[in-house]
Design a protein around this ligand. Structure first.
Ligand SMILES: Nc1ncnc2c1ncn2[C@@H]1O[C@H](COP(=O)(O)OP(=O)(O)O)[C@@H](O)[C@H]1O
Ligand SMILES: [Mg+2]
Length: 246
């Protein structure tokens, strides 16, 4: 298992790799929760790499605020590589997906039929090769796609399919409140924070190091960006900006 240069996330990646490694025995779903910059996307990437390395088919989608109003855009993103398997579904279900994604004409299908068709499509595809679904920033996927993910997450236990969904803390969405197992990404401890800072900003003065460690409070993004801000400010001959409070 590779940690992809991630510092201090062995335990968390171990949890995700554990689910991935046992995918042929049972499916699973888990929600990765954390503040902005805490390392959700990085952890998901590492999990996806692990999934690929052990032979899973990885399907991924990322929520983007700009697409949040497009119904099923996120689902289309996720399923695009396996859409051809639609033909193997019962006609009503295949038709529901095909209409939803604008590949055939017809009245908008019932949301339940779309969710069911997605589940069966994934079950079918996963029977050939286990599947890892990776959904990042679920809070910014369109609502119908979030609903389908929640539906899937509660039903994957008997299929060789693992779903990992990351949600930014503070977003009160159904996917995060569906009673799924949660992996809470916490701030890095001081040793790891120092290690990250040393890797990204060797040569900082003692005072700057201590100041950045204090202000970043174990947030990896802040540990990466504050030294850059400090350097830019020094170059411009100004006082470094303080990290905005969240
Ligand atoms: N454990 C870690 N070790 C090293 N760098 C990290 C770690 N976690 C996050 N980073 C870095 O911090 C930044 C923010 O991480 P990211 O995964 O995008 O956070 P999030 O998705 O939670 O907003 C990225 O530059 C990433 O490379
Ligand atoms: Mg992210």
């Amino acid at each position: 298992m590779s940690t992809q240069g991630l510092i201090g996330r062995d335990q968390e990646l171990g949890v995700l790799a554990g689910l991935i490694d046992q995918v042929t025995d049972s499916g699973a779903a888990i929600v990765v929760l954390g503040d902005p910059g805490i390392g959700k996307s990085s952890l998901l990437r590492a999990a996806a790499d692990h999934g690929r390395a052990v032979g899973l088919r990885v399907l991924a989608a990322t929520g983007i605020e700009a697409e949040a109003h497009l119904p099923y855009a996120g689902l289309h993103h996720l399923l695009r590589p396996v859409l051809s398997a639609m033909n193997r579904l019962p006609a009503t279900q295949g038709g529901a997906l095909s209409t939803t994604f604008g590949m055939s004409d017809g009245p908008p299908p019932e949301p339940f039929m779309i969710a069911l068709a997605t589940l069966n499509l994934l079950t079918d595809v996963a029977a050939e090769r286990p599947v890892l679904l990776v959904a990042d920033d679920v809070q910014w996927l369109d609502q119908p796609a979030q609903d389908v993910l929640t539906f899937l997450a509660r039903r994957l236990s008997s299929d060789p399919c693992v779903l990992i969904g990351a949600v930014r803390k503070g977003h009160d969405i159904a996917f995060a409140a569906a009673g799924l197992p949660e992996l809470d990404l916490r701030r890095l401890d001081e040793t790891c924070a120092r290690d990250l800072l040393a890797r990204h900003a060797a040569g900082l003065s003692y005072a700057d190091t201590e100041r950045i460690l204090r202000e970043a409070a174990g947030n990896p993004l802040a540990l990466v960006e504050l030294p850059l801000a400090l350097r830019a400010a020094a170059d411009a001959g100004m006082e470094a900006p303080r990290r905005p409070s969240r």
